[in-house]
Design a protein around this ligand. Structure first.
Ligand SMILES: Nc1ncnc2c1ncn2[C@@H]1O[C@H](COP(=O)(O)OP(=O)(O)OP(=O)(O)O)[C@@H](O)[C@H]1O
Ligand SMILES: [Mg+2]
Length: 580
């Protein structure tokens, strides 16, 4: 329950609305509790003694009570809905904000489908509870104690008979929640699994089709869907079994009242009006128990959802501004790795070990090495996507962990290995890193990235809408847009991860030439496989299985590094096999 209580705090900004709903509810309950008393008066002092005036007044009173019930049921329903919608809105916002701030390490492991289920479905579950559920519970409690008090005052013997069934009903409920309760959490989890498979299939639909894996994916989807159905059916069976049982017990109670109350009426210790009123109150006694039971079931599923929401909200953001973090002043671009080691959390082996090098300002650093040797990992440490496990990364003498993330990352232009574009125009995609850019600057960046020509050939030029993740563009075109995006920032530090691998040799040559011009005055890190890219680098870092095997210029390495010669020779071998 503790998670659910925590979600109740999200109602705090709306307390006036909630209070209004609660007052309305009390008025409705009061009207409900008074009605049977009026009914008793109609029967005993009106109908039984043939007093038409009393019947008339009492009818008017009943109409008044019905009006109160109607009006305040409406205000209660409306106000609580308003408050809970507001709370859900706030929860969704804070969830999104937290997810956006969570570090790479979190997103490496998180499943998109699970996160999406939490933001949508789980929030809705919680909303239903903090809306009606919560108020219903309050209502049920007031109703229960109200009717018990009135019943006791009216006739304590009958009340004891009526209350005798309460423990029985409770036992059924408790058994129900013991058995079914845990399955509510499972339902949400299975729903998350379902969404994960769905999301992966939508995002990867092209791969699925390319490998003709539709039948496999269909089986996979059906399996998680079956799981969900099984869980849902289990809880449905629980409901279908518990409620008739409870009704049965309740009917036994009614029977007892009629039998005992009937005797009392015959022996003149109870009036008929009182018996009728009593029977009505009995319904008021049962109703809260049903409401409590019904809400309790939504409580356990809402609590499960609340827990899933807080799992995300409470997930620590690993990479945050340290207390007292300073702004990184405009940098010269001297990047120093001092004995840096790094291990991804959850991995046994370090991905980088004891890396030390100095990148002087304005130099062009190439990073080479076989696949999986830690090239991307290395450059990820500069914008602090991850924190080093030991050692330090400094820019102009500032440890990246001591400066604010925004001041650090806005000075680094980065083109990642996997290009991500957003649905929107080409212009919006290029200006993603610095929105108020003017058209001339956008065009310059696009020209340098060799993207201007293909953009102007598109039907709407820079205003052409590209689909989700840049669908509609070729891999090379996407890459060039990503380069333009990084260039527009005009960053003192530039990082390019394999960013020319998807373009043809001629375009690559042009981009390289442009980048050479662009690298002037800024420190750049380029992960590259091609000789043409690394030949002119000021410094080549040669990685081998997470270690810095060697560093130097192209000539240095050619002269002394066996690994380097092998890498180069492989490329020549490739080139020859192509030309043969
Ligand atoms: N997010 C991650 N979580 C856990 N381990 C990772 C993660 N990313 C990479 N690794 C591991 O770290 C090692 C280095 O990976 P990295 O991506 O840096 O290689 P790379 O040199 O960039 O390779 P490539 O040339 O194929 O891009 C690999 O063994 C990889 O399995
Ligand atoms: Mg890589």
């Amino acid at each position: 329950m503790k998670y659910l209580l925590r979600t109740l705090s999200s109602l705090r900004p709306y307390w006036i609305t909630v209070f209004g709903a609660f007052v309305s509810l009390l008025l409705v309950t009061a009207a409900n509790l008074i009605s049977p008393q009026v009914l008793a008066i109609v029967i005993d002092q009106g109908i039984s003694v043939r007093n038409l005036a009393i019947v008339g007044y009492a009818s008017l009173a009943l109409i008044g009570l019905a009006t109160i019930r109607g009006v305040f049921s409406f205000t209660q329903g409306y106000l609580i809905e308003r408050a809970s919608q507001g709370a859900a809105y706030d929860i969704r916002n804070s969830l999104f904000e937290h997810i956006a701030h969570l570090s790479f390490s979190y997103h490496d492991k998180a499943q998109t489908g699970q996160l999406m289920t939490r933001v949508t479905n789980d929030v809705e579950q919680v909303r239903t509870f903090i809306g009606n559920g919560f108020l219903q519970v309050l209502n049920a409690v007031v109703m229960l104690f109200g009717s018990i008090t009135i019943l006791l005052v009216m006739n304590w013997q009958l009340t004891l008979v009526a209350l005798a069934m309460v423990p029985l009903v409770m036992i059924v409920f408790i058994a129900f929640f013991r058995i079914v309760g845990p399955h509510f959490r499972l339902i949400q989890q299975k729903l998350g699994n379902l969404n994960t498979v769905l999301q992966e299939n939508l995002a990867g639909v092209r791969v699925v089709k390319a490998f003709a894996r539709e039948p496999y994916e269909w089986t996979r989807y059906r399996a998680v869907n079956d799981d969900l159905l099984t869980e849902n059916l289990f809880t449905v069976r629980g409901f279908s079994l518990a409620f008739p049982l409870i009704f049965f017990v309740a009917n036994m109670g009614s029977l007892g009242i009629i039998w005992l109350g009937g005797r009392q009426v015959i022996t003149d210790t109870l009036t008929i009006g009182e018996l009728v009123a009593f029977n009505t109150y009995l319904a008021f006694l049962l109703m809260p128990i049903f409401i409590l039971g019904g809400t309790l079931s939504s409580i356990s599923s809402a609590d499960a959802s609340a827990r899933r929401i807080f799992e995300v909200v409470d997930a620590p953001i690993e990479i945050i501004d340290k207390p007292g973090a300073k702004m990184l002043p405009a940098v010269q671009g001297r990047v120093v790795f001092d004995n840096v080691s790094f291990r991804y959390s959850g991995n046994e082996q370090a991905s980088l070990s004891a890396i030390s090098f100095v990148a002087e300002p304005g130099r062009n650093i190439a990073i080479m090495g076989r696949t999986g040797t830690g090239k991307s990992t290395l450059i990820n440490l500069i914008p602090r996507f991850y924190d080093v496990t030991s050692g330090s990364v400094t820019i102009d003498g500032h440890d990246v962990r001591t400066v604010t993330l925004t001041s650090l990352r806005t000075q680094i232009g980065i083109v990642l290995q996997e290009t991500t574009l957003f649905s929107g125009t080409i212009r919006e995609n290029i200006t993603y890193g610095c929105p108020p850019a003017d058209d001339a600057a956008i065009e310059t960046a696009a020209r340098i990235a060799q993207a201007h020509d293909f953009i102007t050939e598109l039907p709407d030029g820079y205003d052409t809408i590209v689909g989700e993740r840049g669908i509609g563009l070729s891999g090379g075109q996407r890459q060039r847009l990503a380069i333009a995006r990084a260039l527009l920032l005009d960053p003192p530090l530039l990082i390019l991860d394999d960013s020319t691998s998807a373009v043809d040799v001629e375009t690559e040559y042009k981009i390289q030439r442009a980048l050479e011009y662009l690298r002037e005055g800024r420190t750049s890190f380029t992960i590259a496989q091609r000789i043409s890219t690394v030949r002119n680098a000021d410094l080549i870092l040669l990685l081998d299985q997470g270690r810095l095997a060697d560093q130097g210029t192209y000539e240095d390495l050619l002269n002394r590094s066996g690994v380097f010669c092998e890498l180069i020779a492989e490329q020549f071998a490739d080139a020859e096999s192509v030309t043969k």
